[in-house]
Design a protein around this ligand. Structure first.
Ligand code: TYD
Ligand code: MG
Length: 471
């Protein structure tokens, strides 16, 4: 008999390899490859190709009347926004995030909200004891909410018990890494176990029609199977992000089979749990101090939602050796590019300086539209002139120093005006290019063609001939 084939799967990214190696070739993580049995050696074996028996499947056209999926709102607006309007029955949502970021808190709050709305909610914890969850519920003021709580890790028990709740609307599993099934012969938390457990739970959710919320810890070491290996199995993947030193938490949609990704929900961790932040810009700018050089406000966009954040930059002299470039909340490669463009196209001398860049409040900005705000912060730091405190910045910068249009300028301007900003620096609109945008009455648009114009605006504090287009 042929020796059973083995494959090795990376716990961090889920890539499969025929041979073991110390480092995953796909994602570069160390010591994350784990042995797993190849599918063809699993019980039952593979079916012969070209089998001609079985029921006929029906094919239909693309056009038809398929109603949108029903939604069960959790009544936590920020959570529903990221889900695309609420939980979809029989769908599977995975909430990933670093340990301690607040996943259990969020899911307990969502469970309680749904329970109070009259739905049957089962909360199964494999991480904590029932007493600990009760303590948390008391702290959150949710003790009276109708949520059915259990501590269990053995999947057989869980599935058997779930069968007794045909009317369950939501089942929370905290966390998938603690669940294990005796049908698979490997340690809890290993890729094989986590996959098998998730598969069984997902099957139960589809069969019984409840929404399944899975918690997945993300670990850098890969000692636990990262939720990434489950990403293709679930319908929705959300990341709960934030810095434990900050109170802001961001729930980000990474994958959503029923709605838009890139939506964010913003929360604030308080003494009584997570509070929704309905106006994130005001929060992110709350601690901004005017008249300090090296700071600029970026009019950003997270999904469909405008968010203003402060970009901070500090330059420290470093005459010898290689200068440091340290970035929190933005892409370091992009910073290097901007520094090079500023040096080459605008003659700004930054090579003898350490550069520290920070997006205040713990937000992570992914948009190239932040280029202009970062450049403004850098120029302001280099010239020690504060940027106009009434001004927001957005726009992409090209390698020749030219400024490029970015999407949704109107939304950004509106948000800036709403928060009381009077001026917005943005790339010049090309004649015959994008449609005319409506500029709020209280806001003056400062259109810039090239990065050198920005140096003029920031470094000299001079306000160029403003083009005001008001509608
Ligand atoms: P938790 O939900 O247990 O995180 P996770 O499930 O992602 O591991 O929350 C962890 C942190 O949140 C913990 O350090 C304490 C803090 N916390 C608050 O600040 N306020 C609260 O009301 C609660 C319940 C927790
Ligand atoms: Mg937890």
């Amino acid at each position: 008999m042929a020796k059973p084939a083995k494959t090795y799967v990376c716990a961090a990214c889920g890539s499969v390899f025929p041979k073991w190696a110390g480092r995953c070739e796909a994602c570069g993580a160390w010591n994350t490859l784990e042995e797993q049995l190849a599918p063809q050696t699993m019980p039952g074996g593979i079916k012969p190709v070209g089998r001609r028996t079985g029921a006929k499947i029906e094919f239909v056209g693309l056009e038809g009347t398929s109603p949108p999926p029903p939604r069960v709102p959790t009544t936590i607006a920020e959570f529903d926004r990221v889900l695309g309007g609420g939980l979809v029955p029989a769908s599977v949502v995975m909430v990933g995030g670093d340990p301690g970021i607040g996943k259990s808190t969020l899911l307990l709050q969502a469970s309680a909200a749904l329970g109070r709305a009259g739905k049957r909610v089962l909360y199964i914890t494999g991480e904590e004891s029932v007493d600990q969850i009760r303590l948390r519920a008391a702290r959150l003021g949710l003790s009276k909410s109708p949520v059915e709580l259990a501590a269990a890790t053995q999947l057989g028990d869980i599935l058997a018990s779930l069968g007794q709740f045909p009317d369950a609307a939501l089942v929370v599993i905290d966390s998938i890494q603690t669940m294990w099934t005796d049908t698979v012969d490997s340690a809890p938390g290993s890729v094989t176990q986590v996959r098998a457990a998730a598969f069984e739970l997902i099957r139960a959710a589809k069969a019984q029609g409840f929404s399944l919320l899975l918690v997945g810890h993300v670990t850098k070491e890969g000692s636990l199977a990262g939720p990434r290996v489950l990403e293709h199995m679930v319908d929705v993947v959300l990341h709960f992000e934030g810095d434990r030193g900050h109170q802001f938490r961001i729930l980000r949609g990474v994958k959503n089979r029923f709605g838009a990704t890139d939506e964010i929900g913003v929360f604030e961790m308080t003494g009584q749990g997570l509070a929704e932040v309905l106006n994130p810009s005001a929060l992110f700018l709350a601690e901004r101090r005017g008249n300090v050089s090296g700071s600029a406000v970026f009019a950003g966009l997270e999904g469909s939602r405008p968010v203003l954040v402060e970009i901070q930059c500090l330059l420290a002299p470093n005459p010898g050796g290689s200068p440091r470039r340290s970035v929190i909340g933005w892409d370091s490669g992009r910073l290097s590019m901007l520094l090079a463009v500023l040096e080459t196209r605008c003659g700004l001398k930054l090579a003898m300086n350490d550069v520290y860049l920070n997006v205040a409040g713990g937000l992570r900005v992914n948009e190239p539209a932040a280029d202009l705000a970062v450049a403004a912060a850098l120029i302001s730091a280099a010239s020690d002139v504060p940027t106009d405190p009434q001004m927001v910045f957005f726009g992409e910068i090209g390698l020749s120093g030219e400024l490029r249009q970015v999407a949704q300028a109107e939304l950004r301007l509106k948000e800036a005006a709403k928060l009381g900003f009077g001026r917005a620096a943005s790339p010049k609109r090309v004649a015959g290019g994008a449609a005319k945008i409506a500029v709020p009455k209280t806001l003056a648009l400062v259109e810039l063609g090239h990065l050198t114009d920005l140096v003029g605006v920031v470094a000299t504090g001079q306000k160029p001939g403003r083009k005001e287009e008001q509608e």
